[in-house]
Design a protein around this ligand. Structure first.
Ligand code: B12
Ligand code: SF4
Ligand code: SF4
Length: 394
């Protein structure tokens, strides 16, 4: 074996923009029992709505994909569609002559992720329950990979803050992250296969649906965040303002630990996302057990029905933008994060301040896009808007 000392990742390796240390714990801060049932990919909200389980109005609205209703998200969709057509390159017949220990390989794949401009990269083992039971065609999914590399890409903060759920930029905000995630995940999976280990890129959005796994439990186990009242995983630096992808692989890797920054107490006291949710899908009460794990269970039907039938916009980001943790990583915000993580009084003050600042409110001064609807053969003024072609400084 060569002497790789000079080639090993060192102080100058590409790193996360969010390197602050968070308390690591042996087990996630929410209970996961061994009775978690695998989900059929055909039974997610998109499948249920298309089958008519949410009623005929929602079913009819599924005949046209949300992203196609706005020219920018439609353009982004075309690009992600294209990326998702990539065929997997063959796994190299022999393992590359690089160090084989899981710590070094983990550090290396993280450095590659940051080099490719991921915001955060984490690693976990994949529990069997995180695999969907069947794919979209009804074929059983075999849990073939034991490790997952989680890739996180933040959403554009000012645009998220400006959006209300009743405008047309929502999908474009998500797709900005999805486009980059698709590129990073496909590149990383391709690279790992060239090194001699099998790997599979997992990313969305839903119409691409390159998923054989559910991402929230993996994000939790990889220490990217904790379970939030909004039902998804909240990261201490990005709050809810990010999208994620994964690369599944059998490359030997060292898993990260789950983290604890006091979110369970914080969400128990806060509830701002629930107050701001236009469909009232986020519960206001205590967390409970659902499918063998502890969470605040989202009323999926309400959230999905609102979003799929929204005539005044595309996908909503209200829970994301109203959450006090979804703030840019400036030093002032990071100081508040550090205080809130340590002191209960700081938690109470932060929740109070977020209420006073009305974090869910509109920010028309930050709107830069045109609200308009793509009807397939051109663009029309958006229905239901007071100032349809508003934006660009209006
Ligand atoms: C279908 C889907 C939706 C549907 C239905 C959501 C739902 N709860 O089922 C709709 C359209 C409503 C939706 C909305 C949103 N979504 Co969505 N969605 C998905 C998708 C494609 C599949 C989820 C699924 O299979 N649900 C069906 C079953 C499993 O749902 P469930 O039983 O209620 O379980 C939910 C949670 O409890 C959790 N979960 C499931 N099993 C387990 C097990 C354990 C142990 C734990 C802790 C959690 C957990 O995951 C499920 C999704 O939230 C995932 C991508 C993926 N592969 O994970 C993204 C995903 C979950 N969505 C995401 C986001 C960001 C959103 C939105 C904010 C939209 C936006 N503007 O970006 C909203 C938020 C709504 C909310 N408060 O949860 C992110 C979440 C990232 C994170 N922070 O965790 C994901 C991972 C997409 C991505 N690639 O980043 N989504
Ligand atoms: S995406 Fe919108 S509708 Fe769905 S839970 Fe969040 S705030 Fe509510
Ligand atoms: S808004 Fe408050 S309750 Fe909701 S996820 Fe954020 S911290 Fe938790």
């Amino acid at each position: 074996m060569k002497n790789w000392t000079r080639g090993l990742p060192g102080r100058r390796e590409p790193q996360s923009l969010f390197p602050l240390r968070i308390r690591q714990v042996a087990r996630p801060t929410t209970l996961i029992t061994d009775t978690v049932r695998r989900i059929d990919l055909r039974d997610t909200a998109y499948g249920l709505a298309a089958r008519g389980e949410y009623g005929p109005v929602v079913q009819r609205s599924m005949q046209r994909f949300l992203p196609e209703k706005y020219p920018l998200s439609a353009a982004q969709k075309d690009v992600v569609d294209h990326i998702s057509l990539i065929q997997a390159n063959p796994v190299a017949p022999q393992i590359a002559p690089i160090p084989q220990d899981p710590q070094t390989l983990s550090r290396h794949v993280k450095a590659v992720g940051y080099f490719l401009k991921a915001d955060i990269v984490g690693i976990c083992q994949v529990p069997e329950f995180a695999y969907y039971s069947h794919d979209r065609s009804g074929n059983p999914i075999i849990p073939a990979y034991k490790n997952a590399i989680l890739i996180v890409m933040r959403k554009d903060w000012l645009t998220t803050r400006a959006s209300t759920g009743y405008d047309w930029i929502g999908d474009a905000i998500s797709f900005q992250a999805y486009q980059h995630l698709a590129m990073v995940a496909e590149t990383l999976a391709n690279y790992i296969r060239r090194l001699g280990w099998d790997a599979s890129a997992q990313y969305g959005p839903s119409f691409v649906n390159r998923y054989s796994v559910l991402l929230p439990p993996l994000l939790l186990l990889a220490g990217i965040g904790e379970v939030s009242r909004a039902g998804i995983i909240l990261n201490p630096f990005l709050g809810l303002g990010y999208k994620a992808a994964a690369v599944l692989t059998n490359m030997p890797l060292a898993p990260d630990s789950p983290i604890d920054f006091g979110l369970q107490d914080f969400c128990q006291r806060c509830g701002i996302c629930a107050e701001n949710c236009p469909s009232k899908a986020i519960p206001k009460g205590d967390k409970g057990m659902y499918n063998g794990y502890e969470t605040w269970k989202l009323d999926t039907r309400r959230c999905a029905s609102f979003n799929f039938t929204n005539k005044k916009g595309t996908m909503c980001n209200r829970c994301v933008k109203s959450c006090p943790w979804t703030r840019p990583p400036t030093w002032e915000n990071n100081l508040v994060r550090a205080l809130v993580t340590r002191w209960r009084l700081a938690q109470l003050a932060a929740i109070r301040a977020a209420r006073l600042l009305r974090t869910g409110q509109a920010h028309p001064e930050d709107r830069w896009w045109f609200d308009m609807e793509d009807v397939g053969n051109g663009v029309i003024e958006a229905r239901g808007q007071k100032a349809p072609f508003s934006g660009c400084g209006s």
